[in-house]
Design a protein around this ligand. Structure first.
Ligand code: ZN
Length: 187
């Protein structure tokens, strides 16, 4: 079942709002989660947050397997995060080249802390408190930001954003080649 395609994050006002918590009786949650994994794999992403497919709820899925050459532990980093709460971000800041299914064709180095400590529930609503580092932490930080209404481009320097302005405007009008199916305002 294909619930929805990734939305372009640059025009949709919903991307700026804070997503709301998910309740255990949320309708067809398991189907939604499966559909999010399908959408993520179809677009060759390593993470997808519900707001990216127009569900403004606190849920994201990840699978870090494509990065397992760099970090072997990521082979098993396939997870569902429901109602995550960032307890703490620590460690040195480091740059990692990020991209986003909602902003096709843009990749930029983003500075973030190396370690995250967070509380979340899995797909069975079992609570976990865990620490992640490296690329796993990075994927979580990026997806968590989507729940807070923040895109990775918001974290770039004003100069970098200025340089990207034309490109972002084009993307928001659908003037970009995307090798996965996506929803734009004008398409
Ligand atoms: Zn993203």
């Amino acid at each position: 079942m294909n619930y929805d395609l990734p939305y372009c994050g640059l025009w949709q006002s919903g991307f700026e709002k804070k997503a709301v918590p998910v309740t255990p009786d949320y309708p067809e949650l398991k189907t939604l989660i499966q559909s999010m994994f399908d959408t993520m794999y179809d677009s060759a992403g390593v993470g997808l947050a519900a707001p990216q497919i127009n569900f403004s709820i606190r849920l994201f899925v990840v699978d870090g397997e494509p990065f397992s050459d760099e970090e072997p532990t990521l082979v098993k980093f396939k997870k569902v995060f429901i109602n995550p709460e960032m307890i703490d971000e620590s460690g040195n800041k480091w740059k990692f080249n990020e991209g986003c299914l909602s902003i096709p064709g843009v990749r930029e180095d983003v500075d973030r802390h190396s370690v995250v400590h967070l509380k979340y529930m899995d797909e069975n609503f079992v609570e976990h408190t865990e620490t992640f580092d490296g690329i796993a932490a990075r994927i979580i930080q990026h997806e968590y930001d989507h729940l807070e209404g923040v895109l990775f481009t918001d974290r770039l320097s004003p100069l970098k954003r200025q340089l990207l302005k034309g490109k972002l405007n084009d993307i928001s009008r659908g003037k970009v080649n995307v090798d996965y199916k996506m929803k734009f305002m004008s398409k």
